[in-house]
Design a protein. Structure first.
Length: 321
């Protein structure tokens, strides 16, 4: 990707497209943090425990390829998520930090000052390998003091794991410690593809397709990516589950998840919205899964893209007792 200063009217969209994206489980009854400690090194059941205490990811450094279930426990007071980026051969997190972070950090600093031209000049320093990074899914947005569980299929290789939800000043959480290297080995897990209670389909052509209502209970949803594309922000689509206090918050939610807007995705998340996880960007034809307990109320499935409402990337549904 070449950043051209002649695209001045689109600076913010092009820049935010590349912000560390190519590039921020429920128990039996609720999506709350379990009280019993779990051995983070135990992968016998292919449950990968991931904990955020503040601005960190505490988890094993090495995973087996194949199906992996990530149980993400957010003990912090901030809304987070994580996305996995498969790095090209020979690129490590040290390379990532030394070659990619500095121009992005400088660009964000200039962008927050309104100096778009200086931001774009910094982005011209982005290493060529960055455009060979592929997105490999992750756990969707999750509110503070809660947990979520997502299952995805991983190929062998080296991955960067990050959260790019932003601080109040607009700087991504990745700059403050939410950036970790994961090695996925050739050895495959013994886990098989999960079975979904219900399926969600996401497509650039038809939006998010799902039921209009469900009975309260525990569910495992399959999220099938019928296709994938890059939007104005050069980000693909994902699926996040959100419980909303009332329908008037739909517009607020749509604006907050729009990563192409420098004022959005900032902590704290708007009140009245409870983020319950989901599945981050996958390639066309792939399927991820997530578990959740749903109690009575109003819910939204939303993709983290610009103009989500206009594009049918918001699906409302109700849960009844």
């Amino acid at each position: 990707m070449i950043f051209n200063v002649n695209f001045s009217n689109h600076f913010i969209l092009i820049f935010l497209a590349a912000i560390f994206i190519t590039s921020c489980k429920n128990d039996k009854d609720k999506n709350t943090i379990p009280t019993k400690d779990t051995d983070l090194e135990s992968l016998d059941n292919n449950i990968v425990e991931v904990t955020t205490n503040l601005m960190d990811f505490v988890m094993p450094d090495t995973l087996r390829s194949g199906w992996n279930t990530f149980r993400y426990v957010n003990k912090s007071s901030e809304t987070h998520f994580f996305i996995l980026e498969k790095l090209p051969d020979g690129v490590t997190l040290e390379t990532y930090k030394n070659e990619l972070v500095p121009p992005f950090k400088a660009a964000f600093t200039y962008l927050n000052k309104g100096d778009f031209e200086a931001a774009m000049k910094e982005l011209e320093k982005t290493p060529k390998w960055w455009y060979d990074v592929t997105i490999a899914g992750g756990v969707g947005l999750i509110s503070p003091k809660s947990q979520a569980e997502t299952t995805i299929h991983l190929k062998p290789g080296t991955y960067a794991m990050e959260c790019y939800v932003r601080m109040p000043d607009g700087m991504p959480h990745a700059f403050y410690g939410m950036l970790k290297e994961i090695t996925v080995t050739e050895e495959e897990s013994k886990a098989s593809m999960p079975e979904a209670d219900y399926n969600i389909t996401v497509s650039a052509e038809t939006g998010i397709t799902f039921k209009d209502s469900l009975k309260a209970g525990n569910y495992q949803f399959g999220v099938h990516f019928k296709d994938q594309k890059k939007y104005e922000s050069f980000l693909g689509h994902d699926v996040n589950l959100v419980k909303i206090d009332n329908d008037t918050l739909i517009t607020t939610l749509s604006k907050w998840v729009n990563s192409a807007d420098i004022t959005s995705l900032r902590s704290p998340a708007p009140s009245g919205l409870t983020f319950l996880g989901g599945v981050e960007d996958l390639e066309a034809g792939e399927t991820g899964f997530f578990k959740v307990f749903l109690d009575q109320g109003n819910y939204v499935l939303i993709s983290e893209i610009p103009k989500a409402m206009e594009r049918g990337m918001i699906k409302q549904f109700k849960v009844y007792n």
